[in-house]
Design a protein around this ligand. Sequence first.
Ligand SMILES: [Zn+2]
Length: 253
Amino acid sequence: MVESRQTDAVVLNCIEHGESDVIVTLFCQDVGRLSAIAKGAKKSKKRFVNKLELFSFLHITYQQKANRSLAFLAEADLHTGFLHIRQNLELYSIASAIREFLLIGIRENEPDISIFRLCLWALHNLDQKQPPLTVLSLFLIRFFDSVGYRPDLQNCARCSSQVTNDNRYSFDASNGRIVCSACSPHLLQKIPLSHGTIKILRSAQDQPIERLHRLKMSGSILYEAISLLQSYGNQLFQRDMASWKMVRKFLKK
Ligand SMILES: [Zn+2]
């Protein structure tokens, strides 16, 4: 007899399998990434209706045999389906970028409560129509931290001088550090960063998650932040996320 387990989970992927089944990829609070088969989910919709959709936040019951990577999804109850995200192209595009980062950043049997809370924070804030690109920026700066690659925004990487109001800076995505204009005159080759952008990103790194939504970003600060986070993410994961193309359409220079 295989033991049943229960946990909260967010749906990150759904694919149809055979005539009547659906295979879902879930971000679970208790085990991290989990692939599970929902038997009959395509045919008899009753049990899983409106639940196995991208971004849905569920409470699930599942069984997993030892040495099997595919679990059996027995039941799913909907906490929330984040309907606004699914009805709005911009919200959906930003949520898709978050989903893409989660799919490469989380692993099976490696629960991570800080990333799980961050994921729910981002989806809730998008669904409440908080400025989507700001939500993405705040999500990513914290996400990089949680996976062990916190950008160092305190001092110039070369001369170690502290960030000040009257200096100009750039971000070096290859090592996740900033360089002052005195040390690197060729700022054009890197991502320019104003003091204001550095300040707000540092604040985002250190705020308790309950206060993250208070940080406001717009104009050139938002533009610089997104550019930094995109190029740093590309460097870390050695790929350009497919969703960036869509995300950047909503970014005004
Ligand atoms: Zn310097």
